[in-house]
Ligand binder design. Structure first.
Ligand code: HEC
Length: 97
């Protein structure tokens, strides 16, 4: 699987993407469209997770460092690096073509 290869030794379980989806629902869906079945469910200016998947080379690092980026920095997210890896694993599954 691609994300396992990319992450190398990181101990992300096989169902990381499913866990990532649940985490995204809890932490990100308030402001981002995270689900291709509900693409309009977001606040105005946020990039959707589908867009991030499409432009992953641009967004990968931004996702992993999201807690220190505006506007998220003000949100005081408590999301671990492992959980961000899971969210990233979920986003990878949204990549089409
Ligand atoms: C309170 C609303 C809110 C929540 C919750 C939120 N975001 Fe965002 N996010 C935004 C906004 C607004 C932007 C657009 C910022 C901009 O245009 O500069 C954004 C942009 C981003 C970007 C692009 C950043 C960049 O520098 O280009 C990423 C990646 C991102 N969000 C990931 C996430 C993830 C992952 C979560 C869940 C852990 C999350 N966001 C939760 C509001 C939110």
């Amino acid at each position: 699987m691609l994300f396992v290869a990319v992450l190398g030794a990181w101990p992300v379980p096989a169902d990381a993407a499913a866990e990532g989806r649940a985490l995204a629902q809890k932490l990100c869906a308030r402001c981002h469209a995270i689900d291709p079945d509900a693409p309009w469910n977001s606040i105005g200016s946020t990039p959707s997770f589908m867009l991030m998947a499409k432009k992953l080379e641009r967004y990968e690092q931004r996702i992993l460092t999201v807690t220190s980026r505006r506007p998220h920095i003000a949100q005081r997210f408590s999301v671990s690096e492992d959980d961000l890896e899971r969210i990233l694993a979920y986003i990878r599954t949204l990549k089409r073509d």
